[in-house]
Design a protein around this ligand. Sequence first.
Ligand SMILES: NC(=O)C1=CN([C@@H]2O[C@H](COP(=O)(O)OP(=O)(O)OC[C@H]3O[C@@H](n4cnc5c(N)ncnc54)[C@H](O)[C@@H]3O)[C@@H](O)[C@H]2O)C=CC1
Ligand SMILES: O=C(O)[C@@H]1CCC=N1
Length: 271
Amino acid sequence: MNMDDVARRGLVLLGCGKMGSALLDGWLKGGLPAASVWVLDPAPSDWLQKTGVHINAGLPDDPAVALVAVKPQMMGDALPSMQALGGGGTLFVSAAAGTPLARFEAAFGAATPIVRTMPNTPAAIGRGISALIGNAAASADHIALAEALMGAVGQTVRLDHETQMDAVTAVSGSGPAYVFHLIETLAAAGVAQGLAPDLAMALAKATVGGAGQLAEDSAEDPAQLRRNVTSPNGTTQAALEVLMDGEIGLPKLMARAVAAAAARSEELSRG
Ligand SMILES: NC(=O)C1=CN([C@@H]2O[C@H](COP(=O)(O)OP(=O)(O)OC[C@H]3O[C@@H](n4cnc5c(N)ncnc54)[C@H](O)[C@@H]3O)[C@@H](O)[C@H]2O)C=CC1
Ligand SMILES: O=C(O)[C@@H]1CCC=N1
């Protein structure tokens, strides 16, 4: 099964907020026909209503995939609307943080194939990364289908253990927010140095976007790319001495931030 099967049999999307929209945007831009998508969401956005997908309509009998993108706390209310699809030929995919495979097995039966994934919002421009792991009922074909689906909006990685999902969520699921905050704080620091806000924001966005692209494309690792910018006794060294401070610098701060996100993911999983 691949994206052609998804186009032919249909995709049901349960919840189309920030993450569901980012995924749907990526799939539609990648050529998935709007007529192949059924969205269930009590509060469809203006953007969603313009896409041409089926919204809160009767579901197809045997969609290829049913993707869950509601908040973990909404799961109890939302899952019953997909009950009819459980135990059939439909692959369930969950993008929800802190919601174990066992939660879906309890709702749909352990024989239902379920793949848990953690995507991120750059999926909207085909630049996401999604980690995946399936339950015991998910065959190699099911995993491959989930990989094709998430691969249509960016990179994919397979996990060996579901327990890795907390750390993955903390690094790449939540990670775009850390990077957006970096842009905000870099721009604000530029304003503090006398730049106009628009100019500071333009410089910060292009710098983070360009550096991210270079880090992905270059044969050199990020540490070497950092050294390439850092002239001995120059301006970058002066800044990095602050950022890399062992006590109050970014390494400790980032470790604390990621640990807090992973702990919250684990806490959500316990219900
Ligand atoms: N926002 C992000 O960057 C990421 C989010 N996720 C996961 O995606 C899921 C959704 O998160 P967001 O999109 O950020 O939240 P959101 O609040 O933007 O979207 C949730 C959507 O679910 C809808 N909804 C509420 N009750 C419903 C029901 N009973 N049936 C169907 N739809 C219902 C809401 O109207 C809303 O459009 C969460 O589980 C989150 O952990 C995963 C990776 C990244
Ligand atoms: O903040 C959250 O809980 C979700 C999961 C990863 C990104 N957003």
